[in-house]
Design a protein around this ligand. Structure first.
Ligand code: ASP
Length: 443
């Protein structure tokens, strides 16, 4: 098989798409419906119903029990049951007894926390490979981390692309790889998304399909806005803005490998495969004047330090000193809206908590301001859309919608890329402001 003449899709399935045999059958149908779906990246079985436990969490539990000197037999047998149920439900000939014995032994003999967690994907990969009759490709051999635990993208890409060329198809478990000394290392939680992206890049895929339990991204959080519209197309940059503000469907790090390679991601719904989902891509020329806004997202839990000083704008190094005072506490700032004689720094309240007084004292010592104030209880809302560059009056519409809803705007920050407008409102007004903005642009 030659990568350059065939079309290839890499398909990643999340834990809820693989929670039981019934779901795995749907996954099989999806894969078989399109012969270009040649490389499959599974998560570990997730929750079958609300209140259920993900296999990954059960594996962490095994590790904890064993690290505390306990007997992991009971928790581990529940894990075995989960896989055995799936295997039985699929009606395949697969006996994982030896695998179970080995894994249980390894966890009990200090194989490590990441090793334990990774076995959820590993076992699910074996099941899926047997069911689909695809090759099983163990990422421990190809997905590599540096000694400091960070991901080694280039070595991985070289090793993995070489390997994939040897296979017509394959199942590559998500979430883990290995350290230079061979021990297993996982990405952070939800990391199978990252593996999918890495495999897509290595396979030079045309598309990275990420199958989950929602039909892509919505324009706003459905817990706040009633039945928000879906997003058909979104750029990587817009997605970064929205996910920074709390819109989560995809692991943040999953964007980088495919973005680098110019491969679009399509978020799809395993339970509604006919839905086209959301396509994430580098840029899109499609410009629809009726949809200036791509999405709205927001978060509570911010506070603002405002520093006032007459003639501040003429004072060299003023901003640097303020930021240095914050950096010294090892805190990162979120936004920096500034006026002529005022500068505000927006910070995450939880991060600031223990260092607040020290920061204020340091700012006072370093820049001798006329006044410094700290305001708590700020929520930020980001209105994001590539269409803003081309349309006039977007900011006015945002402000008017919020003002008409009787809400006071406490902060405004428009990115110079004109991709977003961020406003700060009282936490108590957060939901109302989100709904007002949504109604202005979407209804
Ligand atoms: N199974 C892992 C987790 O629960 C990774 C993943 O599902 O992507 O975080």
């Amino acid at each position: 098989m030659n990568f350059h003449t065939f079309h290839i899709k890499v398909v990643k399935f999340g834990g809820s798409s693989l929670a039981d045999a019934e779901h795995v059958k749907k996954v099989g149908d999806i894969i078989r419906a399109d012969p270009t779906r040649v490389f499959v990246v599974p998560s570990a079985p997730g929750k079958r119903f609300s209140g259920d436990t993900k296999v990954t969490d059960m594996l962490y539990e095994c590790y904890n029990v064993s690290a505390a000197g306990g007997d992991l037999a009971e928790v581990f047998s529940k894990i075995e049951e989960r896989y055995n149920d799936i295997i039985r439900g699929l009606g395949i000939e697969l006996d994982l007894t030896e695998e179970y014995t080995h894994i249980r032994w390894a966890i009990a003999h200090s194989a490590g926390r990441d090793y334990a967690a990774s076995r959820g994907e590993y076992l699910n990969g074996l099941v899926l490979a047997a069911y689909l009759k695809y090759d099983f490709i163990d990422p421990a051999r190809f997905v590599k981390f540096f000694d400091d635990g960070t991901f080694d993208s280039e070595t991985t890409n070289t090793l993995l692309s070489e390997e994939l060329k040897k296979h017509e198809n394959g199942v590559i478990p998500g979430f883990y790889g290995s350290m230079p000394n061979g021990t297993i290392r996982t990405f952070s939680r939800g990391g199978s998304d990252v593996t999918g992206s890495i495999v897509a890049r290595a396979a030079e895929a045309d598309l990275y399909e990420n199958w989950t339990d929602v039909s892509g991204f919505l324009m706003a959080d459905p817990r706040i806005v009633d039945h928000p519209q879906g997003i058909s197309f979104i750029t990587y940059r817009e997605l970064r803005e929205l996910s920074y503000m709390g819109a989560t469907v995809l692991h943040e790090d999953a964007i980088f490998p495919v973005r680098f390679a110019g491969i679009p991601i399509n978020i799809r719904n395993t339970n509604a495969p006919e839905d086209p989902g959301t396509i994430i891509l580098s840029h899109t020329d499609s410009y629809d004047p009726s949809s200036i806004i791509t999405g709205i997202a927001g978060k509570k839990g911010f506070c603002v330090i405002t520093i006032e000083k007459a003639m501040m704008n003429a004072e060299k190094g003023f901003g640097r000193k303020v930021l240095e005072a914050i950096e010294k506490e090892n805190i990162s700032f979120e936004h920096l809206p500034s006026g002529i004689d005022t500068m505000s720094v927006v910070l995450n309240r939880a991060e600031l908590a223990g260092s607040r007084d020290r920061i204020i004292n340091r700012i006072c010592a370093m820049v001798e301001p006329d006044a410094v104030s700290v305001e708590e209880g700020l929520a930020l809302i980001a209105v994001v859309g590539r269409g803003m560059v081309k349309s006039k009056g977007t900011a006015v519409r945002v402000f008017k919608a919020v003002a008409d809803a009787g809400i006071n705007i406490r902060m405004i920050d428009q990115g110079s890329s004109e991709l977003n407008i961020i406003i700060g409102v009282d936490e108590a007004d957060f939901e109302k402001a989100m709904r007002a903005i949504y109604a202005e642009f979407v209804s």
